[in-house]
Each structure stands twice: as structure tokens, then as C-alpha cells.
Design a protein around this ligand. Structure first.
Ligand SMILES: [Zn+2]
Length: 211
């Protein structure tokens, strides 16, 4: 499906494409550098395109002046996740706490969640206690061999109450939380990068014929 038809089809579900400055679109599951080592979005034909519910779009737009004032960019690591992609990922990494066992439970599949991190004016990611999804090349390699232990050991560092990281990493995590929460998003305790739209409960899962 060409770029514009995908956009107009998803618009029927209130999904808007997020792109352009000061956003950097770098979806984890568009490529293989993710915990499942699997390019799920490429596989299903979504690619590196970030679609979000229009309310998420509006809230992120409110953050733009704050980013500009601070010479920062917002890197989008995940946005709307088609249920098919979720099912494929969940099969690859079937450990509790990363991909919800049922896609209905993932706000990404409702278009009401984003995985984000801040980057400097040159697009270089700021430091955090972990990478998004608590990823590292070594962990992904272990997961490929069916060893989930290194991943599970790294997950506590993804929590907002993990305080053993360098000061700068903690400060970046907390600044990101502040700007997201001030603009209509809710944090979750166990993933510093994940934000749900406030009031997400009222938005249905988005299942399309496209994927
Ligand atoms: Zn997420």
C-alpha cells in the first residue's frame, strides 16, 4: 500500500502520522535492533511510520515549544502497534512484563501509547538508566538463544524508582516524565520510556484490514 493510502485508511481510526521536527521517528520494531531481533513493522508493511491517536498527537504538539526552548528533540521509539505486529513480537519474546500476553491490553494497539526519549539538537539520544525496552546488543543475543535471564536482570533498571544510575541519566528520565505528565500523559512504574494517554481506558483497540 502506498504512503498516502495508508495514511487515509488509518485516519478512519483517528490515527494521525507523527513526523517532522522536532520529532525523530526511529521505531524499534521497524528494524532488527530490538529485544526480539525482529523487524515486525517492516514485516507487516508499516515500516518506520509513527501513527498515534489524534489526542496523543495534540498532546505531543503541546510539548514542541518546551523542546524548542531546551534545544531538544523527541525520539519516538514506538507508537501505534498493529495487533498483528504485537502477536508476532509476543511470540518471539514470551516473557511477562515486556509484551502483554493479549494485544488488547497493550495501549500501543489502541494508538494511545508512545515510547519516547529525548535527544539533543544534533539528534544524539540523551543518557538514561537503560536503552528503551531495556535493550542491549548482548541481551538481544541472549534472547535469540532462548536465554531471557539477562533481560530479566536488566528490567529493574527500567523502573522509575531505580536510583542507582548516574545522576545525568536520572535527571533526563525525570525531565522527560515531567514534560509528558504536564501534557496529558501518564507514566507507568516499570518502563521509563512508556507513556499512556490520560483517559486511555475509553479508546478501543484498533484492528484494521491493512495489516
Ligand atoms: Zn511502550
Amino acid at each position: 500500500m502506498d504512503s498516502e493510502s495508508l495514511k487515509s485508511e488509518l485516519a478512519k481510526f483517528d490515527l494521525i502520522e507523527l513526523k517532522g521536527e522536532p520529532f525523530i521517528i526511529d521505531l524499534m520494531y521497524a528494524g532488527t535492533r530490538n529485544i526480539a531481533s525482529f523487524a515486525a513493522y517492516e514485516e507487516i508493511g508499516l515500516g518506520n511510520r509513527a501513527f498515534v491517536h489524534h489526542q496523543v498527537f495534540e498532546n505531543l504538539t503541546k510539548i514542541v515549544p518546551i523542546l524548542e526552548q531546551n534545544h531538544l528533540k523527541l525520539c519516538i521509539r514506538d507508537a501505534y502497534r498493529p495487533p498483528l505486529a504485537h502477536i508476532l513480537l509476543q511470540k518471539k519474546v514470551a516473557i511477562p512484563g515486556l509484551f502483554a500476553a493479549n494485544y488488547q491490553l497493550s495501549n500501543h494497539c489502541h494508538g494511545t501509547a508512545v515510547d519516547v526519549c529525548l535527544a539533543d539538537a544534533n539528534g544524539k539520544l540523551l543518557t538514561y538508566p537503560t536503552e528503551t525496552d531495556a535493550y542491549s546488543d548482548e541481551i538481544a543475543q541472549a534472547v535469540r538463544k532462548g536465554n531471557f535471564k539477562p533481560l530479566q536482570e536488566n528490567l529493574p533498571k527500567a523502573r522509575h524508582d531505580y536510583m542507582q544510575a548516574p545522576y545525568e541519566a536520572l535527571a533526563n528520565r525525570s525531565f522527560l516524565k515531567e514534560i509528558m505528565e504536564d501534557n496529558g500523559f501518564l507514566s507507568i512504574p516499570h518502563e521509563w520510556w512508556h507513556y499512556n494517554l490520560k483517559g486511555f481506558e475509553k479508546y478501543p483497540v484498533i484492528e484494521t484490514e491493512l495489516f
